[in-house]
Design a binder for this molecule. Structure first.
Ligand code: NAI
Length: 710
């Protein structure tokens, strides 16, 4: 039977233990791997011919990716979860107690349990390869480092730095790890194995390091309970602000770290195990693990069946506005390919270039890029007012004004300047892809590629296959989206595609609530309390009120029976309010800074806000349930392929709260029969638009979204 660990002991008393999970791309501490590690530890504890032991990975690009997520997904019994934590404590304590020093040789990702065994090693060294990342990402799955990490890390690098890693789940590169004291040495990747051996040989037979377990930062803080209290209080406040109380894991981890520091290692381990029992079995952790699975499964999708993507070597972007500038910058940044950026106005080109330069500057400031590298990438952007360079383009992405006539004309014109097999993609938010391509020769190569604003931050791209789209063109866009570091979702060419369609049902309901006398800030607060990143009124300001109302009209025309909009809607943009972009919207702005809601909105629209605050739960139902109702229709119409796609698209495209697991998963958990009943109640109390769709009723009967469209 293939095993996970291979032990070799050399004549120089240097031993290497190589972790190499059979049949897996990365090393994972599965149940079997842990059992094998236990046997290896038994053998090692009795070896007297070892001077120093190196822990190596047999995988070329990664060290250890952590514990087995499937085990976390599966566990529902708190007793079992606690036992799972204690297994890690026992094994890593045995590792720490080996009668010779150990060196964790970290090359590539070292996460979760991988970092925890490293923390229990005498020494840690890392390769300087760019993909070396160290971290404890457990909170992102709604749990905490519970194999000793929450207790050992603060002892090694100090409380403040440890909390920064544990409470956010962020990872650090090798250089930062060295600076933090998380690793003892950083080694050039080309000579990594040789240098690790030299490092280990120098320490062979030495006594264990005398500073392990009691770093000086810790002692300083330990002697200063007042300083420590301030530190924990600040971390708690920051965590509460960031999680808005929706994510219990970081707060629980904070308490565990405090126990470990104040009451000692053993108490820390006990606290870890108890917290693991509670968190790993919680609904929120299960939802976050579900989102993790959605993300992992999405990586395996390839677009339409039966066609290979074409290679993209040269690209062009039409339009240097908010979106075009962002897309061109992204291409230069992530693919290293040259990008022609065409606009009809010189000023637009200048501002598109300035936008791209600002994005690169930000990365330099954050030390993600060196200044020369940023300059090199910036030089890939080639602004133009004509079609020069388009003849070489394999892919053209259009992001010009949202007008069908103009886009049709521009596509037909572009086709004259590119090869017949160049893929032409449109970033339209609401127009039909087939319609845009109607006048383009070889129109089967016209595909939708719908990014979200801001391009550099939003991880989703809807890839839209129109009727008659060439699968190779669709898959080219799909594959290229992934190269850009974004998650592509395949969507059918229907009004609003998926995300804007669902979102419009949510936003227009906010406008109806405003019409009924709800105050803007109450609507926003109800939804941010529910977990949305911004409320619906703020969202309209951020998207641009002109854009939002335009899309609202297009979708109202498409779904007139169920998406009425208030008669006053156009008055808002007509009054010169475009939102954050011109500093005038539903809210007041001073420069970029938002002040309170603009009270003159109410008189402009002839509305009379009520003083008493409405029930936030009832408000959330009014806005979220229409999305659920419409999601069932989308799935029945085949707009996307699965409930999982709906969930991932809303999380990545709108920031739908991950702790709820996605719209469909949330609805399934609430119970679709219950949701149908609430919609029926709203239908009679508020209006026909709430009538439960046949698609939703059928989905309820089939046992839920995932049962029917899983
Ligand atoms: P924008 O108004 O900032 O930029 C449009 C640019 O296109 C302008 O610089 C304009 O000069 C240029 N342009 C107009 N006609 C042109 C032509 N014939 N050739 C080359 N350039 C031309 O608009 P924005 O916001 O960047 O939107 C562009 C497209 O992206 C629209 O289709 C919009 O629906 C879509 N979109 C917008 C999102 C947003 O949040 N703003 C989100 C997702 C998609």
């Amino acid at each position: 039977m293939a095993s996970n660990f291979h032990l070799e002991v050399g004549a120089d008393r240097l031993a290497t233990l190589t972790f190499d999970s059979p049949d897996k791309k990365v090393n994972i501490f599965t149940r079997t791997a842990l059992q094998e590690l236990e046997r290896v530890l038994e053998e090692l504890s009795g070896r007297h011919d070892v001077g120093c032991l190196i822990l190596l990975s047999g995988k070329p690009g990664s060290f250890i990716a952590g514990a087995d997520v499937e085990e976390i997904a599966r566990v529902t019994d708190p007793v079992e979860a606690e036992a799972g934590s204690r297994v890690g404590h026992r094994l890593f304590a045995a590792w720490e107690a080996l009668p010779f020093p150990t060196v964790a040789a970290i090359r590539g990702v070292c996460l979760g349990g991988g970092l925890e065994i490293s923390l229990a090693s005498t020494w840690r060294v890392a390769s300087d390869r760019p993909d070396t990342r160290l971290g404890l990402p457990e909170v992102q799955l709604g749990i905490l480092p519970a194999w000793g990490g929450s207790t050992r890390l603060p002892r090694l690098i100090g409380i403040a730095e440890a909390l920064d890693l544990i409470l956010t789940g962020k990872t650090v590169a090798g250089r930062k790890a060295l600076k933090l004291g998380l690793v003892d040495a950083l080694m050039p990747d080309a000579r990594f194995l040789d240098e690790v051996r030299d490092f280990a040989l120098e320490r062979a037979g030495q006594k264990r390091r005398d500073d392990s377990g009691a770093g000086f930062k810790e002692l300083l803080l330990e002697k200063n309970p007042v300083g420590r209290k301030i530190l924990f209080d600040q971390a708690r406040k920051k965590t509460l602000e960031q999680s808005r109380g929706h994510y219990p894991a970081p707060l629980r981890a904070l308490e565990v770290v405090r126990v470990g520091i104040e009451q000692g290692v053993r108490a820390g381990f006990d606290a870890e195990a108890r917290a693991a029992a509670e968190l790993a079995t919680s609904k929120i952790s299960k939802n976050l693990v579900h989102v993790f699975h959605l993300t992992e499964n999405a990586k395996k999708e390839n677009g339409l069946a039966g066609a290979e993507p074409r290679r993209v070597r040269h690209t062009a972007v039409l339009g240097a506005g908010v979106m075009g500038g962002g897309i061109a910058q992204l291409i230069a940044d992530k693919t290293g390919l040259p990008v022609r950026m065409k606009d009809v106005r010189d000023e637009a080109l200048a501002s598109g270039m300035a936008h791209a330069a600002a994005l690169f500057d930000k990365q330099v400031q954050r030390r993600r890029l060196t200044a020369p590298e940023a300059r090199r990438r910036m030089a890939l952007l080639l602004p133009t007012l004509d079609y020069s360079g388009f003849s070489r383009a394999d892919l053209v992405i259009e992001a010009i004004v949202e007008s069908l006539g103009v886009k049709q004309e521009v596509f037909a014109e572009t086709a004259k300047h590119v090869r017949a097999d160049a893929v032409l993609a449109s970033n339209t938010s609401s127009l039909s892809i087939a319609g845009i391509g109607a006048r383009t020769p070889e129109r089967s190569r016209v595909v939708g590629m719908h990014f979200f604003n801001p391009v550099d931050r939003m991880p989703l791209v809807e890839v839209i296959a129109a009727e008659g789209s060439d699968p190779a063109a669709v898959n080219t866009v799909f594959a290229f989206t992934r190269k850009l570091g974004k998650t592509p979702i395949l969507v059918r060419d229907t009004p609003g595609f998926l995300v804007n369609r669902l979102l419009m049902f949510y936003s227009t309901e906010a406008f109806w609530l405003l019409d009924e006398g709800c105050r803007m800030e109450d609507l926003d607060r109800a939804m941010t309390d529910w977990g949305m990143p911004v409320g619906p009124i703020t969202l309209a300001d951020e998207v641009g009120i002109d854009v939002a109302t335009k899309v609202a009209h297009i979708l109202r025309d498409a779904f007139s029976d169920r998406l009425p909009v208030p008669a006053w809607l156009d008055k808002v943009p007509q009054s010169g309010r475009l939102g954050t972009k011109n500093g005038k919207g539903f809210y007041l702005y001073e420069g970029k800074e938002r002040k309170g809601p603009d009270p003159s909105i109410y008189s402009l629209l002839g509305l009379h806000p009520r003083e008493e605050a409405p029930d936030p739960g009832a408000i959330a139902d009014r806005m979220v349930l229409p999305m659920v109702n419409e999601a069932a229709r989308c799935l029945e119409e085949g707009v996307v392929r699965s409930a999982a796609d709906v969930d991932l698209a809303l999380i990545f495209g709108t920031g739908f709260p991950p702790f709820r697991g996605g719209l469909c998963r949330w609805a399934d958990q609430e119970g679709l029969n219950q949701i149908v009943a609430t919609l029926e109640r709203l239908e009679s109390a508020v209006g026909d638009r709430f009538r439960p769709s046949d698609a939703l009723r059928a989905t309820a009967e089939a046992g839920g979204f995932y049962a029917r469209f899983g």
